[in-house]
Write a protein that binds this ligand. Structure first.
Ligand SMILES: Nc1ncnc2c1ncn2[C@@H]1O[C@H](COP(=O)(O)OP(=O)(O)OP(=O)(O)O)[C@@H](O)[C@H]1O
Ligand SMILES: [Mg+2]
Length: 586
């Protein structure tokens, strides 16, 4: 069976490197003093832990043989104090590290989310939402430990290594060199493993991303799956994705775990070498005491090396997460304010399309040389077959996509020269699918105008005839609704979305199939409301039901991305062309 279409891996543009870690210093920097504090605490805690054996030695060698009770008490209290302080410092470090870690991932998450809010429609068109989700949630959560504890421990270990090396070399150079002889071997191992580990982490991330993407899609499409009894097939697809994820996980885990037995063995091997060499050298140049001390140093030296090797593995993994996190943050915002873009306070609502062509995907023309002018206050309707390009035209007016060719003007100013925020704030756009947020009904309406009073919310709902059904709901305007608008019918969702558009009091109003799910009777009632809303505003209305657009000042018939007919209802009827045929068919 072919690998399924849900198992498509993302390729990353830039190679993976530790430069990514360097970049994460932006997030570490604000907490650098905390981190330094934690480092000091850890160092103190280690030193205190080292003090206790000397205290014990003094108890055994001095206090007890001398029968010195005073010294014994003092030493006992000192030991207790050292242990307590060591524990307190350790705990404090833990608290500081969690504080830093959580704040760092808070900042990273905030930056990704902020960026996601700005990315254009096209970004979301081209990838499953689950793949975006996994970056914001899973990957971000996974980097905090390495960026905090990993970093601090790496520094501590490095310090330890240098510290012990100095002591070692001061005692015996030859044996020290033997202890160090394991290092080149370790470096070769790291070098050899690095690329396979990188690859394995990369594959693992892809598989986890594919699995999440499919999970998200299945949840979103669960109703359709159940209607078509697709549970079995879905389970199979899921199992396949689950399998490859599991395999990738094991592979990555084996490779990452390979490091620890290797370092552990090296540690023991080096220790053996020290003894062998020591015994061979023992007379006359070496004393037994030195040999024993060097053996201790050897394990002391290799302890932080082993721990560094583990931290290194975590860095590898973290880098592979950071890679994806930064890739999302770096995703270019194609549609942004151009330099010198102007803020517009008021717009009259004159709209002009000049030779506009548009492609969603390179080479596939969706709009072909569209030109028209609309004067302020005019209402324009777009009609035409499904997929003709009607929604695309209105997506261009509000600059959700950029024309491939040609220009769009509002009041004579090219929309590229207007700040996006001020442009969109003057437009009321009701998209073809009415999204309802998890909030109350009033909250959803207020999405269009944050500071709207209760009365304004009511009045907007009255205008679109939504008041009747809302007032019948258990908590009226305060009834809670969920993301998919669970409690509302399709038509009711449309009415709420409509009210949301109306309340923003836009100069240009765009309605894409605003009333398609509403029954004919309500629509008739709504008609007066709509006419009232459209009065004095430039408006673009898309409707398949021609009765709703009959009175528009201009009707444009769109076919295959071109305007094939344009005129009033009567003119187009008299022309007996496409519009006439469409009208009669209804
Ligand atoms: N996000 C997209 N990415 C790629 N192609 C798209 C995208 N959206 C629409 N298209 C293509 O562009 C063409 C025009 O789509 P558009 O949504 O403008 O049609 P429409 O006239 O609004 O149709 P309908 O009446 O069904 O809403 C369609 O053929 C469609 O395949
Ligand atoms: Mg459409």
């Amino acid at each position: 069976m072919a690998r399924n279409k849900y198992d498509i891996d993302e390729e990353l543009e830039k190679g993976f490197d530790f430069g990514k870690l360097k970049r994460s210093f932006v997030y570490i920097k604000p907490y650098k003093w905390f981190m330094i504090g934690a480092l000091l605490l850890s160092a103190l805690s280690s030193i205190l832990a080292l003090v206790t054996p000397t205290l014990l030695q003094r108890v055994m060698d001095i206090a007890i043989p001398d029968g010195n009770r005073g010294l014994l008490t003092r030493l006992s209290f000192l030991t207790l104090g050292a242990i307590l302080l060591s524990v307190v410092f350790g705990a404090l470090r833990g608290v500081i590290m969690s504080y830093c870690g959580q704040h760092m991932i808070y900042d990273i998450r905030k930056d990704i989310f902020d960026h996601l809010q700005q990315l254009p429609f096209s970004y979301y068109d081209s990838r499953p939402h689950g793949k975006i989700l996994v970056r914001v949630v899973n990957y971000v959560n996974s980097v905090s430990d390495t960026l905090t504890n990993g970093l601090v421990n790496a520094l501590l270990d490095l310090m330890n290594i240098v510290f012990i090396a100095v002591f070692m070399f001061a005692m015996d150079v030859k044996l020290s060199l033997i202890i160090l002889s394991g290092m080149p071997v370790l470096l070769v191992v790291i070098f050899l493993l690095k690329n396979v580990q990188k690859r394995a982490n990369f594959v693992l991330n892809n598989k986890s991303s594919n699995l999440t993407a499919y999970t998200c899609e299945s949840i979103e499409g669960v109703k359709v799956s159940q209607i078509f009894n697709r549970q079995q097939e879905n389970m199979e697809i899921y199992s396949r994705l689950n399998d490859v994820y599991q395999k990738a996980w094991f592979k990555s885990a084996y490779l990452n775990n390979a490091m620890s037995p290797i370092t552990e063995n090296l540690k023991q091997l080096v220790l053996a070498l020290v003894y062998v060499a020591g015994i061979l050298l023992i007379s006359p140049s070496i004393e037994v005491g030195v040999l024993i001390a060097m053996a201790t140093y050897s394990s002391r030296f290799w302890q932080p090396v082993v721990s560094l090797a583990n931290i290194y593995n975590n860095f590898l993994k973290t880098t592979s997460y950071l890679e994806r996190i930064f890739q999302t943050i770096d995703e270019p915002v194609d549609i942004k304010d151009t330099e010198g873009a102007k803020e517009i306070d008021n717009i009259e609502g004159n709209v002009e399309f000049r030779n506009v062509s548009f492609e969603y995907e390179k080479g596939v023309r969706v709009l072909d040389n569209v030109s028209f002018t609309v004067k302020k206050g005019e209402s324009v309707a777009f009609v035409g077959p499904t997929g003709a390009g009607k929604s695309t035209i209105i997506n261009l007016i509000s600059r959700f996509y950029e024309p491939t060719e040609g220009q769009i003007f509002i009041d004579g100013v090219e929309i590229r020269d207007i700040t996006i925020e001020s442009l969109r704030s003057k437009m009321g756009i009701m998209l073809q699918d009415s999204f309802i947020f998890t909030d109350t009904i009033a909250g959803n309406v207020r999405y269009g105008k944050l500071d709207a009073t209760d009365e304004e919310v009511r009045s907007a709902c009255r205008t679109v005839c939504a008041d009747t059904f809302i007032e019948k709901m258990p908590d009226g305007y305060e009834t809670g609704v969920t993301e998919r608008g669970g409690q509302l019918s399709q038509g009711q969702r449309q009415l709420v979305a409509f009210a949301r558009t109306v309340i923003s009091d836009p100069a240009v109003i765009i309605l894409d199939e605003a009333t398609s799910s509403i029954d004919a009777e309500t629509e008739k009632l709504l008609q007066t409301g709509i006419e009232h809303i459209l009065k004095g505003r430039t408006s673009f209305v898309i409707a398949h039901r021609l009765s709703t657009i009959r009175n528009c000042d201009k009707i444009m018939y769109i076919d295959k991305g071109r305007i094939t007919e344009c005129g009033t209802h009567d003119e187009l009827m008299a022309k007996k062309g496409d519009y006439y045929r469409l009208h009669n068919a209804q």
